[in-house]
Design a protein around this ligand. Structure first.
Ligand code: BG6
Length: 226
């Protein structure tokens, strides 16, 4: 069996928006007198906006400080700060190795999708000039259960009409790796801090990605000749 689709996480795989998320959360945290640093920001990779604010409150021992509506307002305020920063992204912000991989995959008839829980995915893809490169961009608003649940990767595969076993998923967060594995797909981790199930293949950076590396490792696992 050979892979028929590659499904990409966005933040940390196609472009490095973690720093922008950090700056936006930091601005909000400072306004609210909450402590927040880059180490805490690592915990927020791959998890939703509302869940992220819960984590920040929990880390500050202030779980009960706000009601549901207030928490939503705060998360929206952070999103406004983040959207301002997204407008500074350009094509130069595509991570190394990504454009050649997208080109090689396209030339080899492999379908491609984006499986990100970010509601800003479309705008980010427009800013970095990759919006037209994918056959499908999953809409997190239509997904009931976010990562580590497999739903978002499964939705992407379903929209492409390709079985999960023929898909490779690439993510930089533990929640994403678990989502890919639970979907029954081949999981590639990019510099993941592993705290649970390990990906099938771990790479130090997106610069190490290439179609031949993905094909070779996928086929080895499925015991198929490349
Ligand atoms: C993920 C990021 O891709 O998207 C998380 O890793 C972020 O840090 C999540 O919280 C949701 O993003 P957004 O853009 O909808 O706030």
């Amino acid at each position: 069996m050979k892979p028929k689709a590659i499904l990409f996480d966005l933040d940390g795989v196609l472009t490095d928006t973690a720093e922008l998320h950090y700056l936006a959360w930091k601005r909000l945290a400072d306004e609210l007198g909450l402590s927040f640093d880059r180490q805490q920001n690592e915990e927020l990779k791959g998890i939703s906006r509302t869940e992220s604010f819960e984590v920040i409150l929990r880390n500050n021992g202030q779980t009960d400080r706000y009601g549901k509506e207030e928490k939503e307002n705060m998360a929206n305020r952070k999103n406004g700060y983040y959207r301002e920063l997204v407008e500074t992204l350009t094509e130069k912000d595509v991570l190394p190795g990504i454009k050649p991989l997208l080109e090689e995959a396209r030339a080899n008839g492999i379908r491609m999708g984006v499986a990100s829980v970010s509601h800003n995915a479309v705008r980010v893809l427009e800013r970095i000039g990759l919006i037209d490169r994918f056959d499908v961009i999953a809409d997190p608003a239509k997904v009931k259960r976010l990562k580590p649940d497999p739903e978002i990767f499964l939705t992407c595969a379903d929209q492409l009409g390709i079985s999960p076993a023929e898909c490779i998923g690439i993510d930089d967060a533990q929640a994403g790796v678990e989502s890919i594995l639970s979907a029954g797909m081949y999981a590639v981790g990019i510099h993941v801090t592993v705290t649970g199930k390990a990906p099938d293949l771990m790479l130090a950076s997106t610069a190490d990605l290439s179609l031949s590396v993905l094909m070779k490792n996928f086929c080895q696992k499925k015991q198929t000749v490349v």
